[in-house]
Design a protein around this ligand. Structure first.
Ligand code: MLT
Length: 332
């Protein structure tokens, strides 16, 4: 055998051994993940429902992962700016995001050029919380109940201002549905999240909005805003005195939102499993559960948790919201 043949044979043998070793030794990502802080992108301004839920689950997820989780608020575009940016991060588990019924349900019906596909661009991790929606107004709004509120909007709609967090957000999509249903045409005021919007509702700078319960409860209990109804079939245990829309005379307006954790597509399997496990641990954490329930959040049960359940929810929400919103858009 010539020297060249011998060296080729040695190289082939070395490659064969290497191939066996690499197959059995986990990659750095799998073996050491996470070995540095994780960014959790919140696509709205601090202080709103999405941010609130992120800050409730993050510490418990961080404990389960043994790593810091850093909240990054990237607002704008009804949440689509932050989701688009996060979707372009490396699928290595170091960038995850909180999306919701707006960014991953209503948005495709309202954006002609959405830069992501809610059902294809992401690895779903799991639902964090269901969030019923309420019709809320500044505390001195001149109507004592939902019927009076609707009549006021119907007669003087344009003089009243309705806050939302950008096209496609929960507050925008459910707000549009509400306006179409009651045939009102208020003036929209856009915010980078319903955290800042709530500040203006409390100070009376804006008249009303449809917002998620986790953002409403503290202000309602403080008496700084008023709630006309909750848009769910049953009252919330967190707000037993707030009537449902059905009880208050608007039976057709029943909308609930949800917030969930997503990652850029194609995570390593081991990394994804660790993120799914960490969210599961957070949702079983008594402190997390107490805080979410106190704010009226609905904690997903076993069958409602995990990637498959979230994937199914996203697909059904996109299918549901597209026809529902196309009619509401015509009402604008
Ligand atoms: C929305 O969709 O309205 C957002 O959840 C508001 C927010 O979280 O700031």
């Amino acid at each position: 055998m010539s020297a060249l043949d011998r060296s080729r044979a040695l190289l082939a043998a070395a490659l064969a051994v290497g191939a066996v070793l690499s197959a059995s030794v986990p990659t750095m990502a799998e073996e050491g993940y996470p070995d540095r802080p994780i960014a959790l992108v919140v696509p709205f301004a601090a202080g709103g429902p999405t941010d609130t839920i992120a800050r409730i689950i993050a510490p418990s997820m961080a404990k389960a992962l043994g790593q810091t989780i850093r909240i990054e608020n990237i607002s704008g575009g009804g949440g689509t700016t932050g989701i688009t940016e996060a979707s372009r991060a490396k699928p290595d588990g170091y960038t995850i995001m909180v999306g919701h019924m707006g960014t991953h349900g209503a948005a495709p019906a309202l954006f002609r050029t959405l830069k992501y596909d809610p059902a294809r661009t992401f690895d779903p991790i799991g639902v964090a919380a269901g969030t019923p929606v309420l019709v809320v107004a500044r505390k001195d709004f001149p109507a004592s109940d939902l019927k009076g509120f609707i009549e006021t909007l119907q007669t003087k709609g344009a003089t009243y201002s309705q806050a939302h967090a950008g096209v496609g957000s929960v507050s925008h999509s459910t707000g549009m549905l509400f306006d179409a249903m009651v045939n009102a045409k208020p003036t929209f005021v856009v915010y980078r999240g319903t955290g800042p919007a709530m500040n203006d509702l409390v100070s009376g700078q804006v008249d009303f909005m449809t917002d998620q319960i986790v953002n409403v409860v503290p202000h309602l209990k403080a008496g700084t805003i008023r709630a006309y109804a909750i848009a769910t079939p049953e009252r919330s245990p967190a707000l037993p005195d707030v009537p449902t829309t059905r009880e208050a005379g608007l039976p057709g307006f029943e909308v609930s939102a949800w917030n969930a954790v997503f990652a850029p597509k194609n995570l390593p399997k081991d990394v994804r499993a660790k993120l799914v496990g960490a969210l599961d641990a957070a949702l079983d954490d008594p402190t997390v559960r107490e805080r979410l329930l106190k704010l009226g959040g609905k904690i997903p049960t076993g069958s409602e948790r995990g990637p498959a359940a979230l994937q199914k929810l996203v697909e059904s929400e996109v299918a549901r919201w597209t026809p529902a919103l196309s009619a509401a858009v015509d009402n604008q």
